[in-house]
Design a protein around this ligand. Structure first.
Ligand code: ATP
Length: 446
């Protein structure tokens, strides 16, 4: 079993991630998240908010609608440009992204009479054709062009069309940012690699508006800041790198792009993109909506269409990188131990609480008291089932950094043991000090 297969198995068995609608056969590219998955995603969002939104001074949040009228995507260029090139096998009818096929991502491609053959069955492939990645729907009871609407393929457009609303209500001054966390939808031709490429996913995006002449400076600033975010999170140097786009690779709206790539099991691949979107989006919305999205500079006494620097990352893609980065196996008492070495800031549960035995009411009631003490301050889990060794192992497997055990000595001297996930070492601490002790241990991790 590969590490990725092992992680997928743990995610399902332990309640991080499920295939969506599995009882109906599932739907490719869609996933559901269990309690631990939701907690982990929330922790990722909070760390991003802290790094991107709350550490700066001039960055504001919005939450825009997921479905938007056709006009937005005419203006943004998505209707015209947001497509992949697709080829289909005439024999097995599997579809492939032409660029991925050429890069060898589906395995070796044989060539016959100058034409590529299907990598799965060696059947004949169709000519490549364009395939727009947006999900289309209609709003209201009548299906006509004016009711045509789209599920957003990125959160960014909801930021651009709200530019003026945020600018005036927050009385923002350049440079300033508008950030959004939320769902995006792309009808990917081949969703794959677990949650790396999905059809419904969440993005965390910042649009940072600057004076045009300062855009390059802010591009460098955000590229560096976002790279450091992953180092601070505990990613190993060797597992992340930056890749600068060549001119031919740039999206229609971008004058410069850098990807932060993670060393996924299939090689380095995009985790986050940082793009200089220039003034493309605001200008384009001005043209299509006949509104006036601009910034009035008091000092210069002139209207400015700001440039935009955009760091954008998918939460699930980052979640997959986190799972891969912190998964580990070691040997304890001759047994292989599966363990997520999450930093406490990411761990779904910070502590677990166990009575040593579940058939001794005095231990159980004491353990419940300790649980209610800690859960006010930390995400905590109570477990009284199975041997203590198995309970420790279960918490290791979901990355809980600390386990508290209530034993017979507790009843005598009000102390409990606290076990460290990574070292498996235990020490005794007083119940009265418990919350401050956990807080200290968590801070020491950083
Ligand atoms: P790719 O080249 O992998 O298709 P992209 O360059 O089209 O991605 P962007 O439009 O730059 O991606 O989106 C910004 C971020 O959103 C990506 O860096 C990635 O983290 C995330 N993302 C994009 N598409 C998906 C997807 N289908 N599933 C999960 N996350 C995604």
């Amino acid at each position: 079993m590969t590490t990725l297969e092992r992680i997928i198995q743990i995610c399902k068995q332990r309640g991080f991630i499920f295939n969506s609608a599995e009882i109906y056969g599932g739907l490719k590219g869609f996933y559901d998240f269990g309690h631990l998955g939701v907690l982990l995603k929330n922790n990722i969002k909070n760390l991003w908010l802290k790094d991107v939104v709350f550490s700066g001074e001039n960055i504001f949040l919005v939450e825009s609608a997921l479905i938007g009228p056709r006009k937005i995507y005419e203006a943004s260029g998505h209707l015209e440009n947001f497509y992949d090139l697709l080829v289909e096998c005439k024999n097995c009818h599997n579809r492939f992204r032409a660029d991925h096929l050429l890069k060898g991502e589906y395995g070796e491609v044989k060539i016959k009479d100058n034409r590529a053959l299907c990598p799965l069955c060696e059947g004949e492939l169709t000519e490549q054709r364009t395939f727009n990645l947006m999900f289309k729907t209609n709003v209201g009871p009548v299906e006509e062009l004016s009711s045509e609407a789209y599920l957003r393929p990125e959160t960014a457009q909801g930021i651009f069309y709200n530019f003026k609303n945020v600018l005036t209500t927050m009385r923002a001054k350049l440079p300033f940012g508008i950030a959004q966390i939320g769902k995006s939808f792309r009808n990917e031709i081949t969703p794959r690699n677990f949650i790396f490429r999905m059809r419904e996913f969440e993005q965390m995006e910042l649009e940072f508006f600057t004076y045009p002449e300062e855009a390059n400076k802010w591009f460098d600033y955000w590229a560096e800041k976002r790279f450091n975010f992953y180092l601070k999170l505990g990613f190993k140097d060797k597992n992340i790198r930056q890749r600068v786009y060549s001119k031919e690779e740039l999206a229609h709206y971008s004058s410069a792009t850098i990807d932060i790539e993670y060393n996924f099991p299939w090689g380095f691949d995009e985790l986050e993109g940082i793009a200089n979107r220039t003034d493309y989006d605001l200008k384009s919305h001005n043209k299509f909506s006949e509104s006036e999205l601009f910034y009035f500079d008091e000092k210069r006494k002139e209207k400015i269409i700001p440039y935009v620097i955009e760091p954008s990352v998918g939460i699930e893609r980052l979640l997959l990188a986190v799972l891969l980065e912190f998964y580990d196996e070691d040997k304890i008492e001759g047994e292989t131990r599966k363990i997520f070495r999450f930093p406490p800031s990411l761990a779904p549960f910070k502590v677990a609480v166990f009575p040593l035995l579940n058939n001794r009411p005095e231990l159980v009631s004491k353990a419940r008291k300790v649980y209610s003490l800690v859960k006010k301050n930390f995400q905590a889990f109570y477990d009284e089932n199975g041997s203590i060794g198995r309970r420790y192992r279960r918490q290791d497997e979901i990355g809980t950094p600390f386990c508290l055990t209530i034993d017979f000595q507790t009843l005598e001297d009000e102390t409990i043991t606290i076990r460290n996930r990574d070292t498996t070492k235990q020490e005794r601490i007083k119940i009265t000090n418990i919350n401050s002790r956990i807080r200290k241990l968590i801070n020491k991790f950083r």
